[in-house]
Design a protein around this ligand. Structure first.
Ligand code: URA
Length: 200
């Protein structure tokens, strides 16, 4: 944990009652913050809450969450040991992708969270967080397992590109990619090593 952790507080940041996105204020039933320890090596970043997350107030608790939990467990990463968050903290209507403006509105919160956690590795789950954080177009399937870098505040962080857990529900080939990426994440965060990344 570092000093920035003290800044990660809903009230201080103004997340509570955030009104920045008029459409999301209408569609959300609550704001869904990240969960998990702030003194972890691994920070997972998804897209935005869906219906289950909006109802329960926690990221990745629906079908995608079940996939994520299973694959994390198989990779030897207890969910309780990592931080899981989203680019956007309010559920978009009809589960549409969050717009670029909505992502930008939420970026202050995400940057503060990244700084507070100060992870060894940020893992992006799907195209939206990869493109948002890396600020470029990303072909997730072909780039899964690659490490890039982002700036959050004054520090840069390695980012491991990963497919979205939901992709594995529709395309079984993606399960293998997802599994390998999480094993690479476990290894990278565990010892700062690169060996599992060589599998790609
Ligand atoms: N998909 C996401 O990207 N985030 C969630 O929290 C749930 C599903």
């Amino acid at each position: 944990m570092n000093d920035a952790t003290d800044c990660w507080d809903r009230e201080t940041l103004g997340v509570s009652g955030c009104q920045r996105c008029s459409s999301l204020v209408e569609s959300r039933s609550q704001i869904v913050d990240g969960v998990g320890p702030t003194d972890t090596n691994l920070l997972f970043v998804g897209e935005a809450p869906g219906a289950n997350e909006d109802e329960q107030g926690e990221p990745f608790v629906g079908r995608s969450g079940t996939v994520l939990d299973t694959e994390l467990r198989d990779a030897g990463i207890p969910r309780a040991d990592v931080r899981i968050t989203n680019c956007v903290r309010c559920r978009p209507p009809e589960n549409r992708d969050p717009t670029v403006t909505e992502r930008e509105h939420c970026r202050t919160y995400l940057n503060q969270e990244i700084t507070a956690v100060d992870p060894e590795l940020v893992v992006t789950l799907g195209k939206v967080p990869a493109e948002h954080l890396l600020d470029r177009s990303v072909a997730v399937t072909s780039e899964a397992g690659n490490i890039d870098e982002i700036d959050a505040g004054e520090t840069s962080y390695p980012v491991l590109i990963c497919v979205h857990p939901a992709a594995t529900l529709y395309d079984p080939n993606q399960s293998d990619v997802f599994e390998k990426t999480l094993r690479a994440a476990a290894e990278h965060a565990g010892d700062g090593g690169q060996s599992a990344l060589d599998e790609f």
